[in-house]
Write a protein that binds this ligand. Structure first.
Ligand code: FAD
Length: 409
């Protein structure tokens, strides 16, 4: 019998598995393709999120020249951005799993059954694995977790190309967090959901350029994103010369939280950990996995603990009432952003990135307390444009149910 069974071998599965092994637990993993696996997503992160954990060596690239464009302004962000080397990130987790003698099983989790002192997962292939607690880290559409249904799921969607171009699509050695300039679009196109360019110079004349919709319901389609990227590049006189990789990015931003009283624990996309205002999650996985693993380790020390009691204590560590309150605020922010027309959205971001760097950084990394977050939102309100202010007040009224969630937690 294993102490813990981790379902999924994405960044969340490996992060929690490694942290559980660090705690000395007897851990098993289950995935259709067990590690080492190829992660095809490009994972970016702000370097100052990795520095306190001494993990900047996991990056393949690092940029000092990070900028954004909105409302006819170029804003120098003054903050280093990095791209993970997926192999190094994965090895960082797997070495710790190996030290814990973790065993990976190949299979697709299909069902879970709970008993007094353990749970049993059955795979689509017909095998069964038992553990004191199961951690579902199978991604945004989890295999085993219960989550309330929601009608209006908003998605981040992006279409990107890694390749060579007739001339540099952005400045050399530059990272562009968002370029909302839209002068290449017709007035009618500008009334459609806004999209921006996320781009980086990867060196040796190779660039990554990605047209991104921050969040929309329904998702902006890949066809629209590809066309917009081509229009944007053509407007700047840039032609694609060689395509090395195409990234199709689509994931939900505002999934409801899973039920927190269920006997399966979740982590990562499965546990709705994506930052609802930015779509980032890898930093949160690295920061949160040790605490959740500690709680699980303490809970399994009691031989009589049920899977439900172990999972409940882990859910309470992950989703504290303060975390839930902050999430409600972020969801409120997201709803605002999705209602904004393109020019209002540009004005909003131009103001947001003119906040003191410490404030917008902590807002994006979710390292603020609720009062600090509210203070930052008030600061933004204080010096943004009247148009943005008016739209914020209007949405605050429309989204008063979400604001109420902030107040009641
Ligand atoms: C293209 C793209 C780019 C992104 N870029 C960034 C970024 O730059 N920075 C950032 O912080 N976030 C980024 N994200 C958001 C988020 O970090 C990713 O979605 C991340 O991959 C989610 O990790 P996860 O481990 O929860 O899920 P996944 O990465 O989806 O991994 C799920 C794992 O579970 C396995 N699995 C699925 N079903 C079963 C089953 N039934 N049984 C067993 N195993 C199963 C899968 O095979 C896989 O191993 C990006 C997302 C996408 C899609």
């Amino acid at each position: 019998m294993f102490d813990a069974l981790v379902v999924g071998a994405g960044p969340a599965g490996l992060a929690i598995a490694a942290a559980l092994c660090d705690e000395g637990l007897n851990v098993a993993g289950l995935a259709p393709v067990p590690p080492p696996v190829e992660w095809v997503n490009t994972y970016g992160i702000w370097c100052d999120e990795l520095e306190p954990m001494n993990l900047t060596h996991l990056l393949s690239h690092r940029w000092q020249n990070s900028v954004m464009y909105a409302a006819q302004r170029k804003v120098a962000l003054g903050r280093d951005y990095g791209l993970f080397d997926n192999g190094k990130l994965q090895n960082y987790f797997l070495e710790r799993c190996d030290r814990g003698k973790m065993v990976w099983h190949q299979g697709t989790a299909a069902a879970v059954e709970h008993f007094a002192h353990h749970s049993s997962v059955t795979t689509a292939e017909g095998t069964a694995l038992s553990a004191r607690v199961v951690i579902d880290a199978s991604g945004h559409n989890p295999a085993l977790l219960d989550r309330p249904k929601s009608e209006a799921i908003a998605y981040q969607a992006a279409y990107g190309i890694v390749g060579k171009f007739s001339s540099p699509p952005i400045d050399p050695q530059q990272f562009v967090l968002m370029d909302y300039r839209a002068d290449h679009l017709s007035p009618e196109e500008r009334r459609a959901p806004p999209t921006f360019l996320y781009a980086m110079d990867l060196g040796n004349d190779v660039f990554f350029v990605e047209e991104t919709s921050l969040s929309n319901s329904p998702a902006v389609t890949f066809e629209v994103l590809q066309q917009r990227l081509e229009q944007r590049l053509a407007f700047r006189g840039v032609q694609v010369k060689e395509v090395q990789h195409v990234e199709y990015c689509l994931f939900p931003m505002n999934l409801p939280l899973p039920s927190l009283d269920q006997a399966v624990m979740g982590f990562g996309g499965a546990a709705s950990m994506v930052h609802p205002a930015s779509g980032y999650m890898v930093g949160a996985l690295l920061r949160r996995a040790p605490g959740v693993a500690k709680t699980i380790a303490r809970a399994v020390e009691n031989p009589n603990a049920s899977p439900e009691s172990i999972a409940t204590s882990a859910w309470q560590t992950l989703w504290t009432s303060d975390e839930m309150r902050k999430r409600a605020l972020y969801l409120f922010g997201l709803e605002n952003l999705m209602r904004f027309e393109e020019q209002t959205l540009q004005a909003f971001f131009a103001s947001f990135f003119r906040l003191p760097r410490s404030q917008w950084s902590a807002f994006l990394a979710n390292t603020f307390s609720t009062p600090e977050m509210l203070q930052t939102m008030m600061n933004l309100f204080g010096y943004t444009t009247n148009e943005v202010r008016w739209n914020l007040v209007r949405s605050a009224w429309n989204e008063r149910a979400l604001l109420w969630n902030v107040l009641v937690g």
